[in-house]
Design a protein around this ligand. Structure first.
Ligand SMILES: [Ca+2]
Ligand SMILES: [Ca+2]
Ligand SMILES: [Ca+2]
Ligand SMILES: [Ca+2]
Length: 127
């Protein structure tokens, strides 16, 4: 009997976890993924780490530059040309990070050096 009850509890727990994640918006999913230390705010280091990971994943040919066909969501004009600070037609890691940090300062409305989910939501709703 005891085993059955534990199994039932486990099923209930799993169900409530998947219900919770189903209610999460895309933004919340990104937020939780980026918040690697789980303190519910994003530090520059966390944003930097995710940016580097994304860059490395996107750089399919591994030449350290994102060409337009590798840049994914960044490839949309005029964002790509905007991020391509030296105008060579590809994005270096430095160019991508400069852009991320510029975004970071814009989104960090209270200027405490961390991004809260509210600050991030506000920035996305403005878009
Ligand atoms: Ca954090
Ligand atoms: Ca490349
Ligand atoms: Ca460039
Ligand atoms: Ca903040």
């Amino acid at each position: 009997m005891k085993t059955i009850r534990i199994a039932a509890a486990a099923v209930a727990l799993t169900a409530s976890i998947s219900a919770a994640s189903a209610e999460m918006t895309d933004l919340e999913v990104v937020f939780v993924k980026t918040d690697t230390n789980g303190d519910s705010v994003l530090s520059k280091a966390e944003v930097l780490q995710v940016s580097i990971d994304q860059f490395v994943m996107s750089d399919v040919d591994g030449d350290g530059l994102l060409e337009k066909d590798e840049a994914g969501e960044l490839s949309a004009d005029p964002e790509f040309s905007d991020n391509d600070a030296n105008g060579d037609g590809s994005l270096s890691l430095e160019e991508v990070i400069d852009e991320k940090f510029a975004d970071f300062s814009t989104i960090d409305k209270d200027g405490d050096g961390f991004l809260s989910l509210n600050e991030l939501s506000a920035a996305y709703i403005q878009d």
